[in-house]
Design a protein around this ligand. Sequence first.
Ligand code: SER
Length: 380
Amino acid sequence: MTGNEIRKKFLKFFQDRGHLMLPSASLIPQDDPTLLIIGAGMAPFKPFFTGKMKPPATRITTCQKCVRTGDIENVGRTARHHTYFEMLGNFSFGDYFKHEAIAWSWEFLTSPKWVGLDPDRLYPSIYLDDDEAFEIWNKEIGIPEERIFRFGKEDNFWEHGAGPCGPCSEIYYDRGEKYDPDHIGERLFFEEMENDRYVEIWNIVFSQFDCDPTIDRKDYKELPHKNIDTGMGLERITSIIQEGETNFDTDLFLPIIHATEELADVKYAEDKMAYRVIADHIRTVTFALSDGAMFDRAGRGYVLRRILRRAVRYGKNIGIDKPFLYTLVDVVVDNMKEFYDYLPEKAEFVKEAVKKEEVAFHKTLSQGEKKIKDVIAHSD
Ligand code: SER
């Protein structure tokens, strides 16, 4: 299954179950001064969760473009960090709650009609005292008690600054012995050791509180109704289905990686980190600029400038010493235009802006290098 097919299947599954499918909201937050950029599938729906606005339907499904830069230093270093990713989600605004959300996630992942993962490789986790979720997993879905993990820590309470939040239940997938060289097994999961074997694939948030970061969690106010907010990273589920070693080894990234190989002195296998940084960052820049963001000295534009400059630096590591990122924009657009059909009409503008920014950065870098050389030459 291709990444495009997985995205389509997810949305169809929830449409068949009464959800209205909405297009991804822009990465640029609308009427939300608390956010620089959209970083979660639920972010555009905050007013629907809190009851401030009436949603167009009480069940919605989306594939939301997201940008998160908090972990940027890990991008390329790990199998699963990205600055740009797509979040598949199903949402209930005062409609269904735990039973349906859990049952549907299980059906989508395990039914051969949909994704067809081996149920014995899936492990749910729940929030410490969430006996209701425990009972659903155990009695209704039939997962043995010893395979359900009560985390009881921050990991299983989802909040993202002020706004809707709640306890959550996550689903993990066991990628097998191959990713467990020391044969540690389930302890990796239950003792929360850093590992590439058990990976979280789906987060089901029982969104029922309103987070106020200035007060204690136990004092959060209840939202006017109980909601569901789920998130499954498209890149992650794609890497599991396509059995990629990392998220980057899937058809969502490989076309960009192969196009970069044409320009570089070394192959992907020789410097995976550089290739992954470049592939990730050019996706971020292409989507953000297509949504109307622009490089700048402050705010969102500065974040984008840092991302582009990081990609330029990694390009140098693999022998690309001239502007090149702009040539990858078309590869991103071609790979993504089936779902994001507005991308081709933005491509020329994005390419020009990226090229201009690259040229300016190369100039800054060579001026800097010249200055350093001068200092060294006059230092004795
Ligand atoms: N909001 C949750 C997350 O981003 C679930 O969608 O993980």
